[in-house]
Design a protein around this ligand. Structure first.
Ligand code: RP5
Length: 166
């Protein structure tokens, strides 16, 4: 059963959304992914959001570009946490999407990640699930340990490049 539902405004968003999909796969999290538009298919967006909880979904990632109302519309119809992923898909470089997502009226929050911050949307979803899943929590600890080790490695490489040949 899908624990995370990913919804995107258009299939043109998929190349960016793929980052979140890859993260969920890496953590072994079941997910579903759909193309549903807040503007082009509003009735479907409503139905999708209203039925998500009964389908076993715990977190929703909503990706959209331009006047990106998808996250807010989904959040209006469910009490599940919604992570909004602003897509850079117009001449405004995604600032339009970001502001459309974060400037929600009081009472209907969405948690927005950065523009094209697809991996972070996936990681945040995993962190939410890990609140009640010890295996996922351990995987997240390992992920952070590995990330820190990778940075240490980069620092060592830099030090070597800068000072070894003096
Ligand atoms: C938004 O408009 C979508 O999320 C997409 O980022 C953008 C462009 O959609 P297409 O015209 O490529 O379908 O609704």
């Amino acid at each position: 059963m899908a624990k995370v539902a990913i919804v995107m405004g258009s299939n043109s968003d998929l190349p960016v959304v793929q980052g979140a999909i890859d993260v969920l796969k890496a953590f072994g999290v079941d997910f579903e992914a759909r193309v549903i538009s807040a503007h082009r298919t509003p009735a479907k967006a409503e139905e999708f959001a209203k039925s998500a909880k009964s389908r076993g979904v715990k977190v929703i990632i909503a990706a959209a570009g331009k006047a990106a109302h998808l996250g807010g519309v989904i959040a209006a119809y469910t009490t599940l946490p919604v992570i909004a992923l602003p897509i850079k898909s117009s001449f405004m470089d995604g600032l339009d999407s970001l502001l459309s997502m974060v400037q929600m009226p009081t009472g209907i929050p969405v948690a927005a990640v950065g523009v094209n911050g697809s991996d972070n949307a996936g990681i945040l979803a995993v962190q939410m699930l890990a609140l009640s899943d010890e295996t996922l929590a351990e995987k997240l600890e390992q992920y952070k340990t590995d990330m820190a080790a990778a940075v240490e490695e980069k620092d060592k490489k830099l030090q070597k490049e800068l000072y070894d040949n003096i």
